[in-house]
Design a protein around this ligand. Sequence first.
Ligand SMILES: C[S@@+](CC[C@H](N)C(=O)[O-])C[C@H]1O[C@@H](n2cnc3c(N)ncnc32)[C@H](O)[C@@H]1O
Length: 218
Amino acid sequence: MPFINPYMEKLDQFQPMIIDKDWLKKSATSEMIFDNSNPLILDIGCGAGNFLSQIAELNKKFNFIGIDLNYKRLFKGARKVMRKKLDNVKLLRSKAEYIEEYFAENSLSGVFINFPDPWPKNKHRKNRLLSKEFSLKLYRLLHKSGFIYFKTDYLPYYKEVKEIFSAKFSSITKDNSSLKEIELTIKDTVQQSITSEFEDIFLDKQESIYSIIWRKTP
Ligand SMILES: C[S@@+](CC[C@H](N)C(=O)[O-])C[C@H]1O[C@@H](n2cnc3c(N)ncnc32)[C@H](O)[C@@H]1O
């Protein structure tokens, strides 16, 4: 018997919060998905949705889509979104590498990437999500003042991503800055103590966290 992930079905219970990716067809915008023109923000690799559900609760004038490939984590995220009764959040079960298949050019106002899998072993580095190719995809999808907020605990990945992304985007903060330092309308995630599941783990262990924010155009 082939293995069927039980969380596939469990996730289905949360319709219409779960987006049918076949419907997006490279043309998704805030209007199409949420029926309003509020700015669209992605949380890429949103995991179990701690960060996503909190930032969306504090920013009701923004629409949020959490993308993750893991059914069980998305299920946990969907439960949090439902408990908070948020209608500005949807979830997409997909590899983030396919985002260009879903969203229209210039449709995104911002992207959060919190603690993507670092793949520290040399032989696994090819699995890292953040690459030059991915930076070009984000560039096409972000509108001109769109931002990317990246956080990791793994310094070699941070340095690599910083070099790749800074070639295409304008870094608008120094290392380890918070959203407070830029004029985003999104409320300051640090001041509001919004942390992701993995961030909590690293904070508990008092490990260093590296973060940076870019904008498409300065
Ligand atoms: C280390 S966890 C971080 C989760 C969350 N952002 C946090 O900070 O707690 C990485 C997450 O990315 C997801 N992920 C890994 N590779 C992915 C990919 N190619 N596309 C989408 N999600 C991915 C994993 O399933 C996992 O939930």
